[in-house]
Write a protein that binds this ligand. Structure first.
Ligand SMILES: *Cc1c(COP(=O)(O)O)cnc(C)c1O
Length: 465
């Protein structure tokens, strides 16, 4: 009988994270301080602990995982790698499909892989409280869990649309001891300003980030900010996924032809594919692996956005980040994959995309939920809407294999379960989902607005990107 699950014991929890920075095809462009138009990190050093800043700019290939972090990881790591035998059979495909399941963590997704070390370094450096934003509630739950493990308080600004749609995520955060506010909130200047103009504003990740950062800045002595994606150190922490998966595939006697993941800010997918990219550039890969990032047609930053400098938040508090973006005042359609609604993407994804090391594909939520439904019926796990984008990509590829007769090995990261997304499944099952498609004209308008805001932006884009 073929194994469905490939399991590792706790001694196989990685001892080091892999940092892609020294192995990128082109160096990462620096952050730009808009007040000087020169490289600069602005407020960043005021809201993160020193150890995290060090990791953010590190050129070291391997970074040691502290023992107390590995100990917390052992609550759920190593996570299982599954062979999707039932899905393969249903598709009648000669392809082999594997998935790395991160839904077994305390908060139900990959997010604690970085929340735990972030809380740990903050605790070590004397922080008393962590502030953050959350979209779907996944990141807020992970941070609430991790802060509590290391005796810190947590304040979470949750995008209003999700706060109303997903009350159970808020209760989960509160169960871990965190305080959770709907964003825009009355707690901060950024929130109050938006509420004054539009009292029913549904919020966005950009707005929630502005609020969480402002809270950390105003209360600089006691509080720091923690980020759930986009930054290098976050992606670095997520490489436990790919490092374990490589070992597990080796046990199965396979090596992937294609890797799939979804991209909100790009952390779960980067954590999955970076270790395989390392094989590729060090000449240790037995075959050429393709890396395919999947996103929502309602938030198509990599497939439709532009690779330019833009703020990471709506209020423009953060420095300018070199990334594919839809514009920092992007207001997403209310799609159910809340984690994919961010306007930008990790700068490393943008470098790899522009160097043709990575491909991106976009799907609408109807085709995505159809794919999820088949996965549920065959594999028995209800996936979160976000990784269901990857499932859609994998199923399309497996069906292509059926036509060509190729027995490709395809792996994806199932970065979270969808147990808190029943409202979304209800909408799908009752035929009430809309296939949002973000129009190209809106991207154009946002880019024009950005250049009106900073008339020198083209020059800086040309110089550094
Ligand atoms: C946060 C989240 C995402 C999006 O973030 P990435 O950094 O791109 O991984 C996707 N899926 C789930 C389940 C999430 O919690």
């Amino acid at each position: 009988m073929l194994s469905r699950k490939i399991l590792l014991d706790e001694t196989h929890i990685p001892k080091k994270w892999y940092n892609i920075t020294p192995d990128l095809p082109k160096p990462l462009p620096p952050f730009i301080d808009p007040s000087t138009k020169e490289p600069g990190v602005g407020i960043v050093p005021r809201i993160f602990p020193k150890e995290i800043i060090g990791q953010e700019i590190s050129k070291e290939r391997w970074i040691e995982i502290p023992e107390p972090v590995r100990e917390v990881y052992s609550l759920w790591r190593p996570t299982p790698l599954f062979r999707a035998l039932n899905l393969e059979k249903a598709l009648k495909t000669p392809a082999k499909i594997y998935y790395k399941y991160e839904g077994v963590s305390p908060s139900g997704s990959h997010k604690p892989n970085t929340a735990v070390p972030q809380a740990y370094y903050n605790m070590k450096e004397g922080t008393e409280r962590l502030t953050t934003e959350t979209g779907a509630g996944q990141w807020g739950s992970a941070l609430a869990f991790s802060a509590n493990v290391f005796g810190l308080k947590a304040t979470v600004y949750m995008v209003r649309a999700s706060y109303d749609q997903k009350p159970y995520r808020r209760i989960m955060m509160e169960s871990f001891g965190a305080a959770c506010y709907p964003s825009p909130s009355k707690q901060t200047n950024a929130g109050r300003k938006i509420l004054n103009e539009d009292p029913t504003n549904q919020g966005s990740l950009g707005i929630a980030i502005s609020e969480a950062v402002e809270d950390a800045l105003v209360n600089e002595k006691e509080a720091n900010y923690a980020i759930g994606s986009v930054f290098n150190h976050v992606l670095l922490h997520q490489t436990v996924e790919g490092l374990e998966a490589k070992e597990q595939l080796e046990i199965a006697g396979d090596y992937p032809d294609m890797l799939f993941g979804c991209i909100g800010g790009g952390s779960s997918f980067s954590g999955f594919f970076w270790p395989f990219y390392y094989d590729k550039i060090t000449g240790n890969a037995p075959k050429e692996t393709e890396f395919i990032a999947t996103e929502a047609t309602a938030c198509p930053k990599v497939t439709k956005g532009e690779y330019v400098y833009d703020h990471g938040d709506t209020a423009g508090i953060t420095p300018l980040v070199p990334m594919h973006t839809l514009g920092h005042d992007f207001i997403p359609a209310p799609i159910h994959a809340g984690g994919l609604r961010y306007h930008g993407i990790a700068p490393t994804i943008s470098v790899l995309k522009s160097a043709h090391q990575l491909e991106a594909r976009a799907y609408n939520q109807i085709e995505v939920f159809k794919a999820a439904k088949l996965f549920i019926e065959t594999e028995g796990i209800i996936p979160a809407p976000e990784p269901s984008h990857a499932i859609k990509g994998v199923i399309d590829e497996a069906l292509k294999c059926k036509e060509t007769g190729e027995g490709k090995t395809i792996a994806f990261v199932l970065c979270g379960h969808g147990h808190f997304d029943m409202q979304a499944y209800d909408s799908f099952l009752s035929g009430n989902l809309l296939p949002y498609e973000y129009p190209a004209e809106k991207v154009e308008a946002a880019m024009k607005k950005l250049k009106d805001m900073y008339p020198w932006l083209d020059e800086v884009n040309k110089k550094f990107i």
